[in-house]
Design a protein around this ligand. Sequence first.
Ligand SMILES: Nc1nc2c(ncn2[C@@H]2O[C@H](COP(=O)(O)OP(=O)(O)OP(=O)(O)O)[C@@H](O)[C@H]2O)c(=O)[nH]1
Ligand SMILES: [Mg+2]
Length: 233
Amino acid sequence: MAELESQTVCIIPAFNEAPTVAGIARIAVEHPLIGRVFIIDDGSTDDTSEKARAVEGVNLITHKVNGGKGKAMRTGLDATDEPIVIFLDADLVGLKPHHITDLMKPVLEGDADMSVGLFRGGRIHTDLAHMITPSLSGQRTVQRSVIENMDMDSVGFAIERALTELWETGVIKVKDIIWKGVTHRTKEEKRGYIEGVRQRIGMFSEILKFEGKRIKRRMTGGKTTHSEQSDKS
Ligand SMILES: Nc1nc2c(ncn2[C@@H]2O[C@H](COP(=O)(O)OP(=O)(O)OP(=O)(O)O)[C@@H](O)[C@H]2O)c(=O)[nH]1
Ligand SMILES: [Mg+2]
């Protein structure tokens, strides 16, 4: 088990997630399949950092300025070197250790390059969101080699789409893992209705921008960044 632990790291991007970040961090720190846990506080203005620091065993990195989800994930990757990475959002509700085990197993056992956790039975609207757009889930286990050269800094929330594109283009093998009883606090619940909707529009515009570039690349016969990566390997 100790040998396996040295192969895995959990990266948790967190932006103003004080109510939930410590609970998620604790489950990750205590999980037998996870070696180290890194929380990237992405310029929070609440006490996310204090809450995270209070959990023994957590490695905390703080961005002075909010840089977006992709950038936070990149910071976590650059600070670590374990070959298997599990990403968790910091706003999960209902997360249990067995969800993490289920998410890590296919990658640890070599059955997949990436696994994606999908909410079911938590709450109807978050279930629906993951049924309609499973590609947007932030809960993933992935082989570092798959993502280490990705441009994460500029894509923001489209990072999840970029990861899914690897699967769509046949570059990697992906497994969906149903997470029963898990949900999350939506942007509207966390930030209030107006700010939540503003951030949701921001998220979808980052995703649309990514899709636009992807379609343009296809129409002009250009390869995707990820195909280029796989061609090189
Ligand atoms: N909103 C937001 N989240 C960030 C940012 N940087 C890191 N995160 C973290 O990224 C994770 C996912 O962000 P959420 O805003 O919950 O996005 P989501 O779950 O995909 O979208 P919702 O449907 O609104 O809940 C959370 O742990 C955030 O705290 C950022 O700049 N903005
Ligand atoms: Mg969320």
